[in-house]
Design a protein around this ligand. Structure first.
Ligand code: ZN
Length: 474
């Protein structure tokens, strides 16, 4: 008699096995359900409001960055994700006084000066508290800087290089940014090496609202120099006055580099089923510049990644591989979070199956950029079909996506992904005092969540791992 008793047990086992096997995977209906859930959810926008309105600016090392870690970790725990805080030592740079005026120029009425609107660059060193006064020279390229090297010593150098908005309008905003931002990254140390007293750059961005754009400048050891970005309008004024004759500026910048601070990447896992040890990273960066609340850079990216778990939880969907949401720390001025994660996973990088980061604002997503192997692109047809109804079916292959926090993983062979975003107006507000919640369109943010969720799900359920460029027979 005991034998027949086994049957119901076996049946129950088979049924649950069958239910497991019937987990939705990458069938079109599941992808469509993920997309539609994202398009009808305001979870991401509500969490973006919490991050930007309640926490505010989140530069590494600041109390805001610490509060953001706590807030995001709590939100992910509330969803039932497995949360870990990965320790990261971060730089702690703080802005001080920042002011400038042109005190000498040809044709200046007695007693007048012209105020210049500027903002200190991240990593800048300080002038004395009372400021410096020095002659100013204007250059428009590194070639011109070299040609005029004899004039640089003791002067304030302005790199007056216009942002190419036409390129941004044509869909190449990232390339336009790199073209101008090289002067912000490298100009100060190059001019410092020639003995400059301070460096100014024209703000990197396409808007003309007389707002200054901050951002990181590289400072080699021993070549630290006071550095700031002037607004486009002020760069144009300086250029016009320089054409009339010599000019001089009084400049006061008093930032400080404080001792490094303990901080964290927030890591939230939605565990996989039969391939739980294989990981698909979906991410944004949690730190932001200090002038505003980082709604676009990169609050939108972080909450879009966080919302992936919310969507899957709502649908009770469990992927084959683990979907790992990461809110990176310190993308803006050091990439220490990315470095800590890479160091921790370097030996097992084969288990990092794919990585996705959104860090190009909350403009309308048109699809995906990816460094996946060209031969694997046909696999993505079901994902593209699912994203077609929201206008996000483009799959643009690039040799390197080169998203800041993913670049080491990508160089180690991990296929990388980023939403392909309309960034024509992204650099109007990026790194300015105007990067605030009101710049984020709730409908576009829903589209971001749809792209991130469907992509993460799709990657986590692929039958075969994607090829890597490091694979011998790729
Ligand atoms: Zn960013």
């Amino acid at each position: 008699m005991p034998r027949p008793l086994l049957l119901p047990i076996l049946l129950a086992g088979m049924l649950s096995g069958a239910a497991f096997a019937a987990a939705p995977g990458n069938d079109p209906a599941a992808l469509a359900r993920i997309r539609d859930s994202a398009m009808s959810s305001d979870w991401a926008y509500a969490h973006l409001a919490d991050l930007t309105d309640l926490v505010g600016p989140r530069l590494s090392g600041s109390p805001g960055a610490a509060a953001a870690v706590t807030q995001v970790a709590a939100a992910m725990r509330q969803l039932g994700a497995r949360v870990t805080l990965q320790p990261v030592k971060v730089p702690h740079w703080v802005r001080g006084q920042e002011s400038a005026e042109l005190v000498e120029y040809r044709g200046r009425p007695a007693g007048l000066s012209q105020r210049i609107v500027l903002t200190t660059l991240g990593g800048s060193s300080a002038t004395p508290a009372a400021g410096i006064t020095a002659p100013l020279i204007v250059v428009r390229s590194f070639d011109e800087l070299r040609a005029r090297a004899a004039e640089v010593k003791g002067r304030i150098v302005l790199f007056d290089v216009a942002f190419n908005q036409q390129m941004a309008d044509a869909g190449l905003s990232g390339a336009a940014y790199q073209q101008s931002a090289q002067y912000r990254f490298n100009g100060p140390q190059r001019a410092a090496a020639m003995g400059a007293a301070a460096v100014l750059v024209r703000s990197v961005g396409g808007a003309d609202f007389r707002i200054a754009h901050t951002g990181l400048t590289r400072m080699a050891d021993g070549l630290s120099i006071p550095s700031a970005a002037v607004t486009t309008e002020d760069a144009l004024l300086i250029g016009r006055l320089a054409a009339r004759g010599p000019l001089a500026m009084h400049l006061t910048l008093t930032p400080q580099s404080l001792p490094e601070v303990d901080s964290y990447n927030v890591i939230a896992d939605w565990p996989g089923t039969d391939k739980a040890d294989e990981v698909v990273v979906v991410s944004g960066h949690l730190d932001s510049w200090d002038l505003a609340t980082g709604a676009n850079d990169d609050g939108a990216g972080v909450v879009s990644a966080m919302a992936v778990i919310n969507i899957l939880k709502q649908l009770d969907y469990h992927p084959r591989r683990t979907i790992r949401v990461i809110a990176w720390m310190n993308e803006e001025n050091g990439s220490r979070g990315a470095q800590a994660y890479f160091d921790a996973n370097r030996a097992q990088v084969g288990k990092q199956m794919a990585a996705l980061e959104s860090d190009h604002g909350s403009g309308r997503p048109q699809g995906l950029r990816t460094s996946a192997a060209a031969r694997d692109l046909p696999l993505f047809a079901p994902l593209q079909a699912a994203l077609l109804p929201i206008g996000a079916s483009v799959l643009r292959r690039e040799d390197a996506v080169d998203s800041g926090d993913l670049s080491e993983l990508e160089q180690a062979g991990v296929p990388s992904f980023a939403p392909l975003i309309d960034g024509a107006s992204y650099f109007h507000y990026h790194h300015t005092a105007a990067d605030t919640l009101d710049k984020v369109d709730p409908q576009d943010l829903r589209r971001h969540v749809a792209v991130m969720s469907a992509t993460a799900w799709f990657l986590a359920n692929l039958d075969q791992p994607l090829r890597r460029w490091t694979d011998p027979l790729k």
